[in-house]
Write a protein that binds this ligand. Structure first.
Ligand code: ACO
Length: 330
């Protein structure tokens, strides 16, 4: 069976840079603490009038241009985000309108930081079963809108950005070899936006108690992220009938350098420059967007050689987790 491929990639970064030095002036922290514990040097912050759908639109335009297809050739738009413009309508519908992708169905996927890989799994199935020809995946996050810039344990981690790709049967690019998805809903309280849903609609009290900002038990999330991403990489390799030594690039979710290093331990043959970390260094944790940005920068930086295998490994709130193996067809 012909396998689905990523035939075009794109990303978008807001202009405003928030450095660790800037954060030193906002909360009780230091550049040294942030770099040592996370690897993050700076992150981007969207303008107050720039929203998830706007960043998604910019990244999508880049991906369509890279794929050399027009917006009207897209049959389905999947937007992965945990910071949609509205609870409804979906951000995917807003993106469909901005792109004038008039032949596309549109739906949001809420799998937190694992959203890009979840979307790749759905796009692969739908394209290979010939339900759709061209699927546009967009991951876009305005995490600054749910971050408490008085909470030093979270505000140092997150940034805003978007990434996109076009999945199709035709054309060259990154062939999708295997995708593994998992979830563990028992741990949903460890990383959560407590209010704003039907369980706790917005009230004066929810605002006063800062329940519209994300809350995270960092230590626990860290442990689960390492375990689950490790499992996901293993499952994904089994599904593709490959071994660790076949992988040329490891691209874990860009949340924290220490988590990335822990995942990389299994891949002893990989030189350190092939464990991808540039996104976490420069953009912090951009949730669903992160692995898509990494792929775009790797491909456009001409870093990928023909027939190399790239392994993506992700983890997010829910918990959700997953992995994906891609082969660069050149
Ligand atoms: N600056 C200085 N000190 C700080 C800061 C800060 N920004 N934040 C916390 N501290 C302090 C704490 O108060 C604590 O002080 P204490 O010992 O006096 O109580 C001390 O530093 C250690 O705090 P820990 O929380 O134990 O620090 P840890 O080494 O665990 O690092 C971190 C915290 C970076 C958040 C880590 O737990 C982590 O990366 N967790 C995973 C987070 C993550 O990746 N989440 C996202 C995954 S899913 C998704 O992407 C949505």
């Amino acid at each position: 069976m012909t396998k689905a491929k990523i035939i075009g990639l794109g990303s978008y970064f807001p202009k405003k840079v928030l450095t660790n030095k800037d954060l030193e002036k906002m909360v009780d922290t230091t550049d040294e603490w942030i770099v040592t514990r996370t690897g993050i040097n700076e992150r981007r912050i969207a303008d107050e009038n720039e929203f998830t759908s706007d960043m998604a639109y910019e990244a999508s335009k880049n991906a369509l241009e890279d794929a050399k297809i027009k917006a009207e050739d897209i049959d389905l738009i999947l937007v992965a985000t945990l910071t949609p413009d509205y609870i409804f309508p979906s951000t995917a519908c807003l993106v469909q309108n901005k792109l004038q992708a008039n032949n596309a169905a549109a739906i949001d996927i809420q799998a937190a930081c694992s959203g890009y890989v979840y979307a790749l799994s759905f796009a692969k199935s739908l394209v290979e079963q010939k339900v759709y020809k061209n699927v546009l995946i967009v991951a876009s996050e305005k995490l600054s809108s749910i971050t408490d810039y008085q909470d030093r344990s979270t505000c140092i981690l997150f940034g805003d950005a978007a990434s996109a790709c076009v999945v199709s049967l035709n054309g060259k690019g990154l062939e999708i070899e295997s995708v593994y998805l998992g979830a563990d809903g028992k741990m949903s309280d460890l990383l959560i936006l407590p209010a704003g849903g039907c369980k706790k609609p917005a009230t004066l009290d929810t605002v006063k108690n800062k329940e519209h900002f994300l809350k995270m038990d960092g230590k626990e999330v860290y442990k689960h992220a390492v375990r689950r991403m490790g499992e996901a990489t293993k499952k994904c390799l089994e599904m593709a009938n490959l071994h660790e030594s076949d992988i040329s690039w490891l691209v874990p979710h860009q949340a924290n350098e220490r988590i990335i290093d822990a995942i990389a331990k299994r891949f002893t043959h990989l030189p350190k420059e092939k464990v991808y970390k540039e996104v976490v260094y420069k953009f912090g944790n951009t949730s669903a967007s992160s692995v898509g940005i990494a792929l775009d920068l790797l491909k456009k930086g001409n870093k990928l050689k023909k027939d190399e295998y790239i392994l993506l490994s992700v983890f997010g709130a829910g918990f959700t987790f997953g992995g994906c193996i891609l082969k660069n067809l050149g």
